[in-house]
Design a protein around this ligand. Structure first.
Ligand SMILES: O=C(O)CCC(=O)C(=O)O
Ligand SMILES: [Fe+2]
Length: 286
């Protein structure tokens, strides 16, 4: 079974694993994640139309595992982490970061991109587990992949942060051999995995309900910092170019005997804006 999944993951750069979680588990996690987002976002009172184009694709709350112990259990769930390590065909993986991605009712599409260029990790053994906390179909932010697109090892930075990505420009710059997109029908309990180099996108949410998804990004243990691009996962622990990415911000995710503790230090107040808008964990003892 796993061999077949691995083969397809190697071939396509993504895979959906069915029924990883029981419906009752997903119901529990949906409530926990919803509550966490509500708390993180309490100072962000903007309506959808007042947000940037990027934020109209999804509301983002990162590193929820740090300040929400119950979400920590989801991010480090050994069923997820074991599948991720086996798909990458590596012995051990670390968390890069987790994040909830909520596409609000009426939220726009997620522009096409691949993830690896957003991360200053030299090696490319990276994978995202995309864990829907509701059913996801063509009406509410369905995720779709360009099959085999991870095989082209070139990293292509697509700027999804500043507005709509032009379709033609994207197809030209991404070097894709085909513009075919495989959209995935997902039931709560299923988990989608994609390689850091696989191009993907998501449809708009035309339904009346929010699409709530928790994601966790993992990288091979032993990977190193590749460049100076700022990223909290390496800049909080002050990891320099060429050094191994290992700190309590990116603890081992598999194999582990126990769920890791929350990082020791609060995030510097240089990033107070990110903390106040709920993108990053709040301070301890607050
Ligand atoms: O959830 C979405 O709409 C996009 C997800 C995504 O780009 C990712 O998980 O890498
Ligand atoms: Fe992505």
């Amino acid at each position: 079974m796993l061999n077949d999944l691995k083969k397809r993951f190697n071939e396509d750069g993504f895979i959906v694993v069915r029924d990883v979680f029981k419906p009752s588990e997903i119901e529990f996690y949906r409530e926990v994640v919803q509550e966490a987002i509500k708390e993180r976002k309490q100072l962000d009172l903007r309506q959808l139309e007042d947000k940037s184009k990027y934020e109209q694709s999804f509301t983002q709350c990162q590193n929820l595992w740090e300040d929400y112990p119950e979400i920590r259990k989801l991010t480090f769930d050994q069923r997820i982490c074991k599948i991720a390590a086996e798909l990458l065909d590596v012995k051990a993986i670390r968390i890069w970061h987790d994040q909830a991605l909520v596409k609000e009712a009426g939220g726009r599409e997620t522009d096409p991109h691949h993830d690896q260029p957003y991360w200053p990790i030299k090696e490319t053994n990276t994978i995202t587990a995309w864990i829907p906390l509701c059913d996801v179909d063509s009406t509410n932010g369905q995720l779709g992949f360009y099959p085999g697109s991870h095989k082209n090892r070139n990293k292509q930075f697509i700027n999804i942060f500043s507005g709509n990505v032009d379709e033609e420009e994207f197809l030209e710059s991404s070097n894709l051999s085909s513009s075919e997109v495989c959209y995935q029908e997902l039931k709560a309990g299923d988990v989608s995995f994609h390689h850091g180099l696989t191009f993907h996108r998501a449809k708009p949410n035309t339904s009346p309900s929010e699409r709530i998804v928790h994601t966790a990004i993992f990288f091979e243990d032993g990977s190193t910092r590749g460049d100076s691009q700022f990223h909290f996962s390496v800049d909080r622990p002050n990891i320099k170019i060429g050094e191994k990415i290992e700190s309590d911000i990116t603890p081992l995710a598999y194999p582990i005997q126990k769920t890791p503790d929350r990082p020791l230090n609060n995030i510097s107040d240089d990033f107070i804006g990110y903390k106040m808008l709920g993108l990053l964990p709040k301070d301890q003892n607050n």
